[in-house]
Design a protein around this ligand. Structure first.
Ligand SMILES: [Zn+2]
Length: 169
């Protein structure tokens, strides 16, 4: 019998049901969280992959919001803010940590409403290969990031506004 599948409430990926840990404030299935962990491990093992690592982290976080938890609200906001800078302003993902520090110092954000109704199907972490040419993994990470950014549709202007308010755009 094939294993029963569970759809991740964050990214929508269907994976065999697992029990296991999940993130405290990124809502997703246990299988999604474990699979993402494997991708992070692949990232940390290769300095060439670490150059675009922040795109991976931003795409995943922005895909797994968790309601009114203040940590989740902050997480989704700052990860979408850097994602916008990387995708629309060609900012180097290596700047991510420094940018997040500045964003948290002067918070301007609020909870965003993800437009779930009619949301275009987005890619998920499995789009980024765990091995092979790091340039391919980089291209896939950017594709994933673009699909996540696109899924936030009407809230994109809010995020761009926050970047202006915080002096980053
Ligand atoms: Zn997921």
């Amino acid at each position: 019998m094939p294993p029963s599948l569970e759809t991740c409430p964050g990214c929508g990926i269907a994976l065999p049901v697992e029990t296991g840990p999940t993130h405290p404030y990124m809502r997703g299935s246990a299988a999604c969280w474990r699979g993402y962990g494997a991708l992070l491990a692949a990232q940390y093992q290769d300095p060439r992959r670490m150059r675009f690592h922040q795109i991976v982290v931003d795409a995943y976080a922005a895909q797994h919001p968790d309601g009114d938890d203040p940590r989740a609200i902050r997480s989704v906001a700052i990860h979408l803010m850097t994602l916008a800078l990387f995708l629309e302003r060609d900012v180097d993902p290596a700047e991510g940590t420094r940018l997040h520090r500045r964003m948290v110092e002067r918070p301007v954000f609020r909870r965003l409403r993800r437009p779930d109704a009619g949301r275009p199907r987005t890619l998920s972490f499995v789009h980024v290969p765990l091995d092979g040419d790091p340039a391919v993994a980089r291209d896939r990470a950017y594709e994933w990031g673009r699909s996540v950014w696109a899924a936030w549709g009407p809230e994109q202007d809010v995020v761009r506004g926050w970047l202006e308010t915080s002096g980053m755009a």
